[in-house]
Design a binder for this molecule. Sequence first.
Ligand code: UDX
Length: 442
Amino acid sequence: MIRIAIIGSGYVGLVTGVCLSDFGWQVICVDRNEESIHKLNTGVPAIYEPGLEDLLIKNLNNKRVSFTTDIKEAVNASDVIFIAVGTPQKENGSADLTNVYEAAHQIGSFMKQSKIIVNKSTVPVGTGQAVKKIIREELTLRGMDFSFDVVSNPEFLRQGSAIQDFTHADRVVIGAESKEAIEMMKEIYRVLYLNETPFLIVNIETAEMVKYASNAFLAAKISFVNELSELCEKTGANIQQVAKGMGMDGRIGYKFLHAGPGYGGSCFPKDTKALLHIGEVNHCSLGIVKATIDANEKQKHRMVRMVLQAMGSLKGKTLGILGLAFKNNTDDMREAPSLTILGELALQGASFRIYDPKAMQNALPLLAAKQIPVLECCEDEYHTALGADAVILMTEWNQFRSLDLDKLKYGMRDLYFFDFRNIYSKEIMAEKGFYYYCVGRA
Ligand code: UDX
């Protein structure tokens, strides 16, 4: 039985801990947030993620997963320690590694025998070696001299499908320096290994780079279609069909070519900026990454312009907002395009009726901080449209895909419909009497 400690019970740490316990290992998760640890021990996760709560309760009942605020206890009770703490963005765009380094100091100061330390946090190239140095220094301070391994094992989870992504990963990337560490990592992921999931075994630096490279490339795909969406609008082309035609080329692929209001979330915005910063530090100009970031900002402003051009002045106008989260199936509001877009529309005089199936609680303080005037927090789609001059479909929640359009328009003051996720057909919307606007479909 492999004994695993996970330091950091946020999004990645919690999903990793619960899934590894479900693989059959004994897992102890640590976090300094007492309230959230208490709740987790009673089977209540602090985040909304489909399937997570059931898996948590199952493995709490099996006594395979537990939660503590005591990092010393967790370090001593484990053979392998995962670091899964946050690496937020600093003002200059770089990743703030304070939490990672603090975890390394603590591990080094409590470790009494050889262990494997696995870094899952998204970190700049070179962090694995820095972690190794910190742990070695802590051991030396205590007069100890035994070997240990540091491994990089980046995570590619998507919010909203994190459990599925963990248990059916496209690949497992392991950056390691010893045969023992590689064998241990393969054993931990035995379930995936047996399922013929590809394993990429590389050095620590390469594994660290794979994570940033993957996220930046995906973000670039989105920015590319978003940029072309404007050209499609101006030339009479249809971005959805263009993306389909591109995707038919196996070298391009269909995925991540959906035009929309710009990417958001806890990863793409932060990781693209961090990669740009790593480039600057290493005197490499990453022009494509820079253009990706710029195009994403532009796309959000373009959505605002679309509304203004269609509706004219927004003074005294009420906009009904369907969805606030940065994407569907999550309650996460980090870097959500809705915040920028609503902020700018508010400056033009608009007020809002808002609804999101899961993100309302997280959204409200952020909207308040930006002084975005919310007239009413609504109960559902139809309540949101009541008395509104326009509806903006911001997030592609499944329940917004099959709206009863007659019911929706029934209480509306005017019939503008902005579909930022390209869900509806122009013909049907016109038939129903809406002034319909979408992204990249002229
Ligand atoms: C992403 C990566 O996919 C994941 O591998 C990594 O570990 C963390 O970052 P996540 O942020 O959860 O995951 O969401 P994702 O589904 O990738 O979407 C990110 C953003 O891109 C969302 O705002 C989404 O709406 C947008 N997006 C995605 C598009 O606008 N168009 C697309 O075609 C795909």
